[in-house]
Design a protein around this ligand. Structure first.
Ligand SMILES: NC(=O)c1ccc[n+]([C@@H]2O[C@H](COP(=O)([O-])OP(=O)(O)OC[C@H]3O[C@@H](n4cnc5c(N)ncnc54)[C@H](O)[C@@H]3O)[C@@H](O)[C@H]2O)c1
Length: 348
């Protein structure tokens, strides 16, 4: 049976960038939302902004770690949670190489704790934030990655996310074998950009390593000039090409997945646009939106960066009937700029 709306949804990492956008979308769609976030990288001010934006919605907030299994289960039981959307994670590739144990502890260990809590509270629907980093360097230099591409991550971030996918799958198999039901979707995001079009919540990673906010922060003078890491790749302008999906479209994909999760579903889907843009194209789009130059310098390549990572997004279009509504980089960047230029210090 598919879900009936509205539902009671637990959002882990809901004080972070994507999680807060998802919580807003769920609240606006009439779901009741419980956010769990230890605010290690998120902001309680983001939850305040969410509540201000949706005064009639139910948004509970528990500032705890996903490692607190018993407390998580208690919250799920008390709030009668129907489904979990699991964003909480550490999400910097470079940091994962320097501090691998933290990444395995949070991204795999935290997911195991969450699964245990779900089992204890009998919650049987899960959407998991996975990543294109699980594919590593596309085999044979493939430019367009589909879900059947081998997953050979090249850093602890991607490896721990892939291990979490496997743990969820094994857990589901065991439940189904014993006659129970459990359904999940592992959504493998490509590069997420943009913000709430009404400017009510935004993107405030600390440190910031994502390309679009880094360009905008450089324009505001809040960081050093952007470093273009490598301009001698075999691409049209020499810079790396990535697939940028708008955060609003990403949230729509989660809502579609939530509706599609029947009793024993196991969805593993790329969420991308199928279109690639180079670093220079993104920088130029930021300049169009901000109407000024993005301070930038050219630097060396970063180890492990493939020249091109673009999703083959045909499967999600077929399975969830999802396709991105935002058609241009400029539209996403305008939304990001609206929030950032009116909140130049972020959530401070
Ligand atoms: N931003 C992207 O482009 C992108 C791309 C692919 C995948 N993802 C995935 O999407 C998810 C959200 O990413 P984001 O960009 O919003 O990151 P984010 O850092 O803004 O959000 C993650 C949230 O998880 C919270 N968190 C971390 N450890 C926790 C713990 N132990 N207990 C409770 N909360 C904890 C942080 O405080 C933060 O609020 C992550 O799982 C990430 O791996 C993001």
């Amino acid at each position: 049976m598919p879900f009936q709306s509205p539902n009671r949804i637990l959002v882990t990492g809901g004080a972070g960038y994507i999680g807060s956008h998802m919580a807003l979308r769920l609240a606006e769609a009439g779901h009741s939302v419980t956010i769990v976030d230890n605010c290690f990288r998120g902001h309680s001010a983001a939850v305040d902004a969410l509540r201000k934006a949706t005064p009639n919605a139910t948004i509970a907030f528990e500032k705890i770690s996903i490692h607190e299994t018993d407390r998580l289960a208690q919250i799920m039981r008390a709030s009668q949670i129907d489904a979990v959307i699991h964003f909480a994670a550490l999400a910097y590739v470079g940091e994962s190489v320097e501090r691998p144990l933290d990444y395995w502890w949070t991204n795999l260990g935290g997911t195991l704790s969450l699964l245990k809590a779900m089992e204890s509270a009998n919650v049987r629907r899960l959407i998991f934030s996975s990543t294109c980093a699980t594919y590593g360097i596309p085999v044979g230099g493939a430019n367009s990655i589909d879900e059947s591409c081998p997953q050979h991550p090249i850093n602890p971030y991607g490896a721990a996310k892939l291990a979490a996918e496997h743990a969820i799958s094994d857990h589901q198999n065991a439940i189904l074998r014993s006659g129970g039901d459990f359904a999940y979707a592992a959504l493998r995001y490509f590069n997420v950009i943009g913000c709430d079009p009404q400017g009510r919540i935004g993107e405030d990673h600390r440190p910031e390593s994502h390309l679009v906010p880094s360009c905008l922060l450089a324009v505001l003078g809040r960081r050093e000039p952007l470093c273009i890491m490598g301009d001698d790749y075999p691409t049209s302008d020499g810079t790396c090409i990535r697939d940028y999906v708008d955060v609003g479209d990403l949230c729509a994909a989660h809502l579609a997945a939530l509706q599609a999760l029947t009793a024993c579903e196991a969805l593993r889907l790329n969420v991308g646009t199928g279109r690639g843009h180079s670093v220079l194209e993104v920088l130029q789009a930021c300049e169009r939106v901000c109407r000024c130059a993005v301070p930038a310098v050219r630097g060396a390549r970063r180890a492990g960066d493939p020249p091109m990572l673009v999703a083959n997004a045909t499967q999600i279009q077929r399975v969830l009937r999802w396709s991105p509504a935002v058609q241009t980089l400029d539209e996403s960047i305008e939304n990001a700029w609206r929030w950032m230029s009116t909140n130049p210090k972020g959530y401070d």
